[in-house]
Design a protein around this ligand. Structure first.
Ligand SMILES: Cc1ncc(COP(=O)(O)O)c(C=O)c1O
Length: 394
């Protein structure tokens, strides 16, 4: 072998060799416990976690024009095994179900919990029942539950109705509930905050995320507090949660009977973790506010077209919230670090993409000149658009 080959081999063996990632229980198991109890069996894992923290290139520029300076990162939880943050909580909840010898699992869901519960229950060889609204569950999420062999029960009602029923059924039949009212779920989800701090080397100044049943904002807060308590970080971030205007019970201060929003993952009118979310916000000196569906859709398009990141509509509520706060100068504006959690992947909800993103499909004859004409026109249009943006900026 020549010296060049030897060099390549040594580079491969050192710099590029990745540490083996074995899932969040292996990584953070020492920090996971409920009432003094720990996970003490081999984890049921799909190697969830270790998701990227991607620095914003375009949103940060837009906000700069409004007087913001600093860095914005996206914690892309859509890259978990079932494409949402739920997998962090689910590996812990399902492992716990195994540990205590549960005979089956059950959850209510707007879609992502059911997909995750189905996958992890399948892996644990546990029957799983998912109770979801008959309408308004994104196709990708139902398809996942189908693929993993879940028993899918669809009710003529919304998520809140489903959760009420599931609470009762799980009590009556001794099924293991894997919604975020289960503290093991929250214990798993808090590991995302650990990862953010491990990646940055410190905690961000602000953390923005969408709020539905309100477990995740509380979980992140627990994670940050725990890291501070053991000296891994010096400060904790302010937690900023955002609901959709038509499904904003915490902001309005009362349950919403018929919640409505295009962000189906957060179409929840009576969050089970309401008080916990308020506690997180109070302790961190943060805020829970709301954004309109129009603002959510606008961010949804922006993320795909400008940042190159496809997420489902719900996480766009958190980013729309950041834009709202910067516009109204409701947060510190200079030299700050912000993290926004992108809770679910865009492929979960193909209907949203087809309904809300302007399609640029051209149906033509298979002829060279027809395609050439389209390319020339489109390049011209995008140059004109870039120029217009530059003019607006200057
Ligand atoms: C993609 C996505 N984002 C946000 C949420 C809301 O999270 P939480 O219920 O913990 O507030 C959910 C919940 O289903 C979700 O699926």
């Amino acid at each position: 072998m020549g010296s060049e080959d030897n060099n390549l081999k040594s580079v491969r063996n050192s710099t590029f060799q990745q540490r083996k990632w074995c899932g969040i229980i292996h990584e953070y198991g020492d920090f996971i416990s409920v009432e003094g109890e720990k996970i003490n069996i081999e984890p049921v894992t799909l190697l969830e976690g270790n998701t990227p923290l991607i620095e914003s290139v375009c949103l940060v520029k837009e906000l700069k024009d409004m007087g913001f300076s600093g860095k914005i990162y996206f914690k892309y939880e859509g890259l978990n095994p079932t494409s949402s943050f739920k997998d962090r909580g689910m590996t812990v909840a399902i492992t716990r179900a195994k540990q205590i010898g549960a005979r089956a699992t059950i959850c209510a869901s707007t879609g992502n919990t059911s997909a995750s519960a189905a996958a992890y229950s399948a892996r644990a060889n546990l029957p799983v029942f998912v109770v979801v609204p008959e309408k308004n569950v994104a196709t990708g999420k139902i398809v996942q539950a189908v693929a993993h062999g879940a028993r899918i029960i669809r009710i003529k009602g919304n998520f809140d109705d489903a959760l009420k029923l599931v609470r009762k059924i799980s009590d009556d039949f001794g099924l293991f509930i894997v919604n975020s009212i289960n503290p093991w779920r929250i214990e798993g989800q808090k590991t995302a905050a650990f990862e953010v701090c491990d990646a940055l080397g410190f905690a961000p100044d602000y953390h923005f995320l969408p709020v539905g049943n309100a477990g995740n904002i509380y979980a992140y807060w627990l994670g940050y507090k725990q890291y501070k308590a053991i000296g891994r970080i010096n400060e904790t971030p302010k937690m900023f949660g955002f609901q959709a205007e038509g499904a904003a019970p915490i902001v309005r201060g009362y349950p919403i009977e018929n919640p409505e929003t295009i962000a189906s993952a957060i179409r929840i009118g009576n969050p089970a973790n309401w008080e916990k979310a308020e506690l997180a916000v109070k302790e961190s000196d943060g805020l829970i506010d709301m954004v309109s569906d129009e603002e959510i859709i606008s961010v949804y398009r922006f993320m795909g077209e400008k940042e190159g990141i496809f997420c489902e509509p719900a996480p766009c509520a958190g980013i729309a919230g950041l834009i709202k706060m910067v516009k109204n100068k409701k947060i510190k504006m200079k030299d700050i670090v912000v993290v926004c959690t992108l809770t679910g992947h865009g492929l979960k909800d193909p209907e949203a993409a087809l309904n809300f993103i302007k399609t640029k499909q051209f149906f033509v004859e298979p002829k060279f000149n027809e395609i050439k004409k389209i390319i020339e026109e489109e390049i011209k249009k995008s140059k004109e658009k870039d120029l217009e943006m530059e003019l607006q900026r200057s």
